[in-house]
Design a protein around this ligand. Structure first.
Ligand SMILES: [Zn+2]
Ligand SMILES: [Zn+2]
Ligand SMILES: [Zn+2]
Length: 122
């Protein structure tokens, strides 16, 4: 079950590894590669369990519905509320995560520093 989009109506088959995912975040968590962006998307309706294909370049309003059971699958995603407080505490306790956070922070800071430098020079 997808924990990112609670009301997912379809599963999407990733063009890169040909596996089924409820959302791009699920792919990111389970695979170690980037999700390949493709115009030719394969969906599986969660309501009628049938597969269908759509071309993202020719996506129209009628394409928001499952061709088999008319289930409206392009909907506003209901996402779980973030529990930032708990995550913050975990970071402090788990030193491994702290290291990861720091590495990520440095990467971001490098970008910001470059931007700052450009601002100062300009
Ligand atoms: Zn993949
Ligand atoms: Zn997900
Ligand atoms: Zn359907």
């Amino acid at each position: 079950m997808c924990k990112h989009v609670l009301n997912a109506q379809v599963a999407i088959r990733s063009p890169c590894c040909r596996k089924w995912f409820d959302c791009a975040e699920c792919h990111q968590e389970k695979e170690d590669h980037q999700l390949l962006q493709s115009f030719d998307m394969t969906f599986a309706c969660k309501k009628c369990k049938k597969c269908f294909r759509k071309d993202a370049r020719e996506f129209e309003e009628s394409d928001e519905y499952c061709p088999h059971c008319d289930n409206h699958f392009v909907i506003d995603a209901i996402t779980p509320k973030p529990s930032l407080q708990v995550e913050g505490e975990d970071v402090r306790v788990d030193s491994r995560m702290l290291k990861d956070e720091r590495t990520r922070g440095e990467d971001q800071r490098t970008i910001f520093n470059l931007k700052d430098a450009a601002d100062r020079l300009g």
